[in-house]
Ligand binder design. Structure first.
Ligand SMILES: [Zn+2]
Length: 407
């Protein structure tokens, strides 16, 4: 009988442990020339150089590579129908949003294509994107609904997301984003919010299809008063709260999320520095989405200095969606967070491990290589963890371990 299920020896660890949180120039919580022991899906022990190593059912020689926590994409809209490539061409030709909308583009076109697609078509397309993310070392992924905009279709998207989580080795967390846009059946936003609060959230909660509820708080989305109504009902059903806030303007949506003890405030380019302490006080994670900033050629930068000063955890995610962030690459988002937002490679890696786990309410069990944490890990043949943020696809995982419990 072996002491361990798995022993990986002769490796360097980028633990990303909480002990290094908030120290932007810290050393990735690194331990060199070490070994790690796994038992029953959890990190059992870390062994400093020179330790007498126990027996293990499986022993892997790390060959001096680096081990990191599995990567976590804490914000994606993975399941949708159709694509918006024609619209991309039109935008580049200088055609206005109004004209694109008249031609059937914009989010309405994705809602129509999603509703028209069969379950199998939606699932096959989503599986392809998910496989691409997993090949980069993603072991945990959040998937939002939001292109169904009716009980029937939102439930369908969340059910497909749950199935993808059951059929793949990674952990999938699902989020109901019914308050994404106004569906064609409604002419008035308040009436649609009534439908979300009185029908969609209670039924989705009863079906146990969502872990959290999200909103698009924006002039072209929903007001803070409308979002508060959604949050009130989410809380009644014990669902976690997240928000797309301060992407295009400062509506104080991040304060609203913090006041409701939300898990994360996402986008936040227009968040004001004076509103940052509220996030810290509420334990709300700032989720940075540089892919959307890039695709929309935005100019307004999120308040990184204030977030650093107040030690607000900063996650980095793909925002993978067909309109404003068509990129199935968390590694590209890590690079964009450094180049466009000025994060250090250490902050960027923390943003897709420790801090992304916190944005999903999984900060106690995922995102760190520490004793007692889930053994979701990636082994890389690299000389230094900064290589993971530098360049795009210059290095790939040697091995991805999905040993932790699914959450
Ligand atoms: Zn989004």
């Amino acid at each position: 009988m072996s002491d361990l299920d798995l022993l990986i020896s002769n490796i360097n660890l980028a633990s990303m442990s909480d002990a290094t949180a908030g120290h932007s120039l810290a050393d990735y919580g690194s331990m060199t020339h070490t070994s790690i022991g796994i038992k029953e899906g959890k990190i059992h022990r870390l062994y400093p150089p020179g330790s007498t190593l126990p027996t293990a059912t499986t022993h892997i020689d790390g060959n001096g590579g680096w081990l990191t926590p599995g990567l976590i994409d804490c914000h994606s809209h993975l399941v949708w129908g159709g694509n918006r490539a024609r619209e991309f061409e039109w935008r580049l030709q200088g055609i206005s949003y109004e004209e694109i909308s008249r031609r059937g583009g914009g989010i309405a076109s994705t809602v129509k294509a999603t509703r028209d697609a069969s379950d199998n078509e939606l699932k096959a397309a989503a599986q392809q994107r998910l496989t691409t993310l997993m090949a980069e070392g993603v072991t945990c992924l959040e998937i939002k609904s939001g292109y169904g905009l009716s009980l029937e279709h939102e439930a369908r998207l969340l059910r497909i997301a749950r199935e993808l989580g059951n059929e793949n080795p990674l952990t999938v967390q699902t989020t109901l984003l019914a308050a994404h846009a106004l569906p064609p059946e409604f002419s008035d936003k308040d009436s649609y919010i009534d439908e979300i609060c009185e029908n969609i959230i209670p039924k989705i909660a009863a079906l146990k299809l969502a872990d959290a509820v999200d909103v698009f708080c924006e002039g072209i989305g929903f007001s803070t008063a409308q979002c508060q109504r959604v949050f009130d009902v989410a809380k009644e059903h014990a669902l976690a709260i997240k928000g797309h806030v301060e992407q295009l303007s400062d509506l104080k949506g991040a304060l609203l999320v913090a006041n409701n003890a939300g898990l994360s405030a996402d986008h936040i380019e227009y968040l004001q520095a004076e509103d940052v302490p509220a996030l810290k006080g509420a334990g709300t994670v700032a989720v940075l989405l540089p892919g959307a900033f890039y695709a929309l050629k935005e100019q307004q930068l999120p308040p990184i200095a204030a977030l650093r000063e107040h030690r607000v955890p900063m996650a980095v995610a793909t925002d993978l969606n067909p309109g404003t962030s068509p990129q199935a690459s968390l590694r590209l988002a890590m690079n964009q967070a450094c180049v466009l937002f000025g994060l250090t490679p250490q902050e960027s890696l923390a943003g897709v491990t420790r801090d992304a786990a916190k944005a999903l309410g999984l900060g106690h069990c995922k995102g760190q290589l520490a004793v007692g944490f889930d053994a979701d890990m990636v082994l890389w043949d690299i000389g230094h963890p900064s290589e993971l943020s530098y360049g795009v696809n210059l290095c790939q995982p040697r091995e991805v371990f999905y040993l932790g419990q699914k959450r």
